[in-house]
Design a protein around this ligand. Sequence first.
Ligand SMILES: Nc1nc2c(ncn2[C@@H]2O[C@H](COP(=O)(O)OP(=O)(O)OP(=O)(O)O)[C@@H](O)[C@H]2O)c(=O)[nH]1
Ligand SMILES: [Mg+2]
Length: 349
Amino acid sequence: MKEIGLEMDLEAQEKVELCRSVPADLQMSYIQGTDLFGYVGIEAVLDQMRRKTIKAGLEFNIMVVGQSGLGKSTLVNTLFKSKVSRKSCTPNYEEKISKTVKLHSVSHVIEEKGVKMKLTVIDTPGFGDQINNDNCWDPIVKHINEQYEKYLREEININRKRRIPDSRVHCCIYFLPATGHRLRPIDVEFMKRLGKIVSIVPVIAKADTLTIEERHEFKERIREDLTVNGIDVYPQREYDEDPEERVLNDRIRESLPFAVVGTDKEHQVNGNKVLGRKTKWGIIEVENVAHCEFANLRDLLIRSHLQDLKDVTHDVHYETYRVRRLNESNPPLISHLPAYPARPITMTE
Ligand SMILES: Nc1nc2c(ncn2[C@@H]2O[C@H](COP(=O)(O)OP(=O)(O)OP(=O)(O)O)[C@@H](O)[C@H]2O)c(=O)[nH]1
Ligand SMILES: [Mg+2]
């Protein structure tokens, strides 16, 4: 009798567990089994995933790279001051943005409708100041690879964390000077190397210095040069999952590189506070799509492609690194593990 009671208890407990994953309005029919041959409730998985994501939170890491003085640090501030976080956090801003001398990260936790995201932007010192700019990509490539290495070491640990902290660079915004000409050899070399290890989104910096026609023609020439030089920028065609995604991504590919303007100053325009650059002939509104493409960049990063950027980082770039590292013996990845079997097994055991 006792055993039967125990069995019934277990069964009831199982039902309660299953019930918890089903939306409240469906729970009664679920318990009674009335919809056994009709509605199965698979869509409830979306609710479960949502709850899990809310609980776990998101981590998203962006890196800014490019020649010195192109406005990288300014754009980092623009991003944090713009709609991404205006409502949700009050970051401390530097009064005056000065030259970036070493690679550093700025993070803010952003919360919207209960979903928390830790957005980290890695600001890097610009290149082009030295007489010799050979291998100026080395510190950037090194940093990106170090984050993969950190993740990999955590992943292969016997006592690994349930959630591995993710410091991998999910997107690298590459700044191109608004020369109006073509891609410079240094940018070609830099992006060729970066494209193999990280998702790059190229932008034209200080786009307020170009006329509309210049901007349009410059963008076209850059796209040509990227293709000719075999530089892979995000979103890559080969990773489009279906025709629908292809149409959406084609539109993005046709509008790359985004012509952006950055600022950390706010001005009054028609009674509203807007982020903008005040010039003698008017205010360039940074978040106004009629003025520049900063909002398009932000929407791509945060609104439409955040999860895809994380997926491509994990499934493509990190995977490439992982396979290479596991095939390499130097430096050893698993030297700290005991030899297997740890001790000989005797027949008496
Ligand atoms: N016209 C114009 N000037 C800008 C823009 N963004 C930044 N600037 C100005 O360009 C100068 C350099 O900006 P930074 O943000 O320090 O540039 P950086 O790329 O971080 O420079 P490094 O730290 O040396 O690599 C500053 O005077 C900015 O005010 C822009 O979109 N348009
Ligand atoms: Mg800087």
